[in-house]
Design a protein around this ligand. Sequence first.
Ligand SMILES: Cc1ncc(C[n+]2csc(CCOP(=O)(O)OP(=O)(O)O)c2C)c(N)n1
Length: 640
Amino acid sequence: MKQEPLLNKINSPEKLKELPLSDLPDLAQEIRDRIIDVVTRNGGHLASNLGVVELTIALHRVFNSPVDQFVWDVGHQCYTHKILTGRNDSFDTIRLKNGLSGFPKRDESVHDIVETGHASTSISAALGIIVGKSIRGEAGKVIAVIGDGAITGGMAFEALNHAGHLRKDLIIIYNDNNMSISRNVGGLSSRSDISKSSSFVSRITATRTYQRIRDLIDKGLLSIPFFGYRLFQFVMRMKRGVKAVFLKETIFSELGFEYVGPIDGHSISMVTKVLENVKKLRKPVIVHVVTRKGKGYKRAEENPSDYHGVSPVPAPGDKDLVSKNTFTNVFGRAVAGLAVKDESIVAVTAAMEKGTGLKQFKEEFPDRFFDVGIAEQHAVTFGAGLAAAGLKPVVAVYSTFMQRAVDQLIHDIAIPGLPVVIAMDRAGLVSSDGETHQGAYDISLFRNIPGITILSPGTAEEFRLMIEYSFSTSGPVLLRYPKAECPEGIAGTGQPLIPGRGVFITRTGNRTLLITIGGLVAESIRAVDILSSDGIDIDLYNLRFIKPIDDNNLSDLLSGYSNVILVEEGSRKGGIGEYIAALVYERGLEINFEYHGIPEQFLPQALRSELLELCGLNGEGIAVFVRRLAGMDLSVAVSS
Ligand SMILES: Cc1ncc(C[n+]2csc(CCOP(=O)(O)OP(=O)(O)O)c2C)c(N)n1
């Protein structure tokens, strides 16, 4: 008879604790199967989640969530945590519209304490919580789980430094799988096979003498159940001595942390025993856990980078998910093409080589390609340095992660006027990742910075022109484009760029004008077609430049219309529409002007097509805006 799945019995961490130790490997297998099944359908972070199944089981066995609190860095590896904290039944809705979030969400569960999505925040947040608990006299441990990728972010170092100083009993689980999305960058990352490693953490623990002593004391310690804690403390002191004598101090010890590890993160019993001892320490501690990204799913183990995040199965007709001609691909090919002719072009990414389309560039120009780790601030200022040295850097970054580097853009690039190209992918509405990943704010954050140019392509030919233009300009240029199919062959969009000016896509000489830009060019053309099939003709103008805008040219153009509607795929507040509304006011233009963008709210997860619909920014929605504003004039235009 088929046994009832163990998962059916577990709707809380308490239930998990009731399972005998011997059932845990089977439970881990059930969780893995569940994750693989759902994520291959819905999309999501596959390899990262498969790597922490045992670790998460051990964490929930040893600690008492929600009295003890977990802070997951990035939060992309929280699927087992969600399954074990009462969300297995709804797990198959993960990342879908109105479904479970792919990241921790406070309003989803009391077990999700901190909301995340961006990397390297966990230690800061966890430290704040433990300080808060101690001031309020509340019980409970705080455990930050951070990967070797996320720990490369500057914030993590800032927090480590502070945490070591405060000496609160913060526990940091350092999940070391040697991978960020691509192979990890830098001296702090290490290899699972520690004996072969040349990295910092492994180097210090890889000498034979150290290994032997460490093995001996670890085994001795862990096999004594009752005296474990006393012995553990003694061993800690000894290990410190061993390290001090043989290996100097580790960077973590230097910062004031007790350092434990590395231990096998797939051994539930080993992790459990270590955590039980660590739990009793009254000082900051780092537990170095070695895991395998993609564990248990051969394809993901062999190719963790491709399986870091997988796309959902595309809905019929969802071109954004199946198209090979995305904005990202057009960007990657064009930059690599220009770099053949111009040896001063160099490319920088902050751990998003594939996502930003720089793979081809890396393969063709390995010496001119730089992955700086999850370090957007550094990437931008590093780009400034490259430009100051006479090179032409392009820093490719997602719009949402560029939020990290506002000051670096102002202080290091814009004030000195350095020719750095910032290519912002995923600008606008972003599928499935929810609030933290929407590219809604770059226009309002950056448009007011003096001396920069911001361009947004609507088609492939326009994009190529803009990339070429960016590298030939003497100052900073930002490009913004969505994760979407990139249309090609649209009238007008191949015309040469004139600074501050756009181009007409349709011009029939009537009284209503639709202004569009970037990812909304395709949707606006659909709106024009929808209206035209009802016998309504409007003009369509593609702005091309978000900044600068040639005010005189634009106000002359606007004054030829009665009704003007602008649509933009960015925050409506502080966006291009507001800028043009001020222009209309200042110039005293007597037109009906209306603008639409992303409303002032954090948009939840859904597909880009669903989000466009929600904001009224798809073809149908834009047609509705036009009819509403220009209704009377449209009927006049039609009848005349
Ligand atoms: C600020 C920021 N930049 C980039 C990303 C994209 N990102 C998500 S997960 C990830 C890799 C994280 O690597 P690691 O912490 O080692 O976790 P793993 O997936 O290997 O378990 C990256 C770069 C992000 N979430 N936040």
